[in-house]
Design a protein around this ligand. Structure first.
Ligand SMILES: *Cc1c(COP(=O)(O)O)cnc(C)c1O
Length: 422
């Protein structure tokens, strides 16, 4: 398939917007996308999400709707639910949350009252805004107490987490995050939650695909609630799910609707069902394993080039680089790499002496490049581009950035992206 993809009706009705979408298709095809929360969905997922299912209002749940005409929609949602339960081995799944942040807010609504104490990882340590961070509604309406990682190891200190939990007695404990390069010890969090009488929420937004593919341990035996987006390593549409044992099913469902949301986005539910179907096939296991193998190989190649990595490496899909030793601020590096066709995001590192909007780190990951079929044999080249790009960012050498951009586009042309190819 050649780009831009055919969107005949859109091109006729709104050429200006169609052109923008075409530009984005080319950008996603030509660049090396290393943002660890992003991916490429399949053509099947794209097709499901662009359907007439979006014309339908379905407030409520299958068999218990507030609108008629649900003959097909109920089946779509039931299919998505059944596939989620099967794939993750859970008793209950709610596939209606609009995205990860509203899914987490529904968890608060289900299990806590405003003003209650909740515990999560601090945002600058790798947590998420919705884990009780101050600028988020979750930190304004609840009393967020926050844990971090140790400065010397870059890893969670479970003695600290236990001490804090026993002292503060939070209603909820969130584990999981957005910049955690290491395996999450769900068993350790489970023990602490039990000791302190808290509900354990495993927010696996980043690693859901790795869990589904067997490349990261599952939180299912330990977590009371599992929250996940569907659009990161799981390679589905932008959306989210909440999963739990049967005992919490009612509380979660009531919190999502009518507690927080109105009608579910049925076209997204359908696309989630497709993604879950894809993730249940054997090739997805290979995909998940390759994401991790690629990240480990890339980490080794970066270490060999003198990069400092938070926690010294990675166990999963994500690498957090501390560019302090390279004398290039994260934002300067990220913007230069973007001009070089390598798309990353600047990120705080634990104990960052710089400001969040101008931090020391850059966060990268391998879900997208693995979706395009790049393997461990390519990671030396990727690390070399990053190294040259960061050096050029420091010296302001735009020519080098332009050279890298062509080299990247040339390699990526040989690895068509799912969704952007037939
Ligand atoms: C991405 C993410 C979210 C939020 O998801 P959105 O869809 O962006 O609202 C929540 N928690 C974690 C850990 C995430 O990585």
């Amino acid at each position: 398939m050649t780009l831009p993809l055919p969107h005949p009706a859109l091109s006729a009705a709104d050429p200006e917007l169609a052109a923008l979408i075409g530009d984005e298709e080319r950008l996603q095809a030509d660049t090396l996308r290393l943002i660890p929360s992003e991916n490429y969905v399949s053509r099947a997922v794209l097709e499901a999400s662009g359907t007439v299912l979006q014309n339908k209002y379905s407030e409520g749940y299958p068999g218990r709707r507030y609108y008629e005409g649900q003959q097909n929609i109920d089946k779509v949602e039931l299919l998505a639910i059944a596939r989620a339960k099967e794939l993750f081995g859970v008793e209950h799944a709610n596939v209606q949350p609009y995205s990860g942040s509203p899914a987490n807010l529904a968890v608060y609504l289900a299990f806590a009252e405003p003003g209650d104490t909740v515990m999560g990882m601090a945002l600058p340590m790798g947590g998420h805004l919705t884990h009780g961070w101050g600028v988020s509604a979750t930190g304004k309406w609840f009393r967020g107490v926050q844990y971090g990682v140790r400065q010397d190891t870059g890893r969670i200190d479970f003695d600290e987490v236990r001490e804090l939990a026993l002292k503060e007695r939070p209603k909820l404990i969130f584990c999981g995050g957005t910049a955690l390069p290491r395996t999450i010890d769900f068993a350790a969090f489970g023990e602490i939650a039990q000791e302190s009488g808290a509900i354990l929420v495993a927010d696996v937004a980043h690693i859901a695909g790795l869990i589904a593919g067997g490349a990261h341990p599952s939180p299912v035996p330990y977590a009371d609630v599992i929250s996940t987006t569907t659009h990161k390593t799981l390679r589905g549409p932008r959306g989210a799910m909440l999963m739990s044992r049967e005992e919490h099913a009612k509380a979660i469902d009531k919190a999502v609707f009518p507690g927080l949301q109105g009608g579910p986005h049925n076209q997204t539910t359908a696309a989630i069902a497709v993604a879950l179907h894809e993730a249940a096939q054997a090739p997805f296991r290979t995909y998940a394993e390759s994401v991790v193998a690629n990240a480990k190989a890339l980490a080794d190649e970066l270490l060999a080039r003198g990069f400092e990595l938070v926690s010294g490496g990675t166990d999963n899909h994500l690498i957090l680089m501390d560019l302090t030793p390279k004398n290039v601020p994260g934002k300067v590096a990220a913007k230069a790499l973007d001009r070089a066709g390598i798309v990353v995001n600047y990120n705080t590192v634990p104990y960052d002496p710089r400001k969040p909007f101008d931090p020391s780190g850059v966060r990268i990951g391998t879900p997208s490049l693995t979706s395009r079929g790049l393997g461990t044999q390519h990671m030396a080249a990727v690390a070399e581009w990053i190294d040259r790009g960061v050096t050029a960012a420091g010296s302001g050498d735009e020519d080098v950035l332009g050279e890298i951009r062509s080299e990247v586009a040339e390699l990526m042309a040989g690895y068509p992206a799912p969704g952007l190819s037939a």
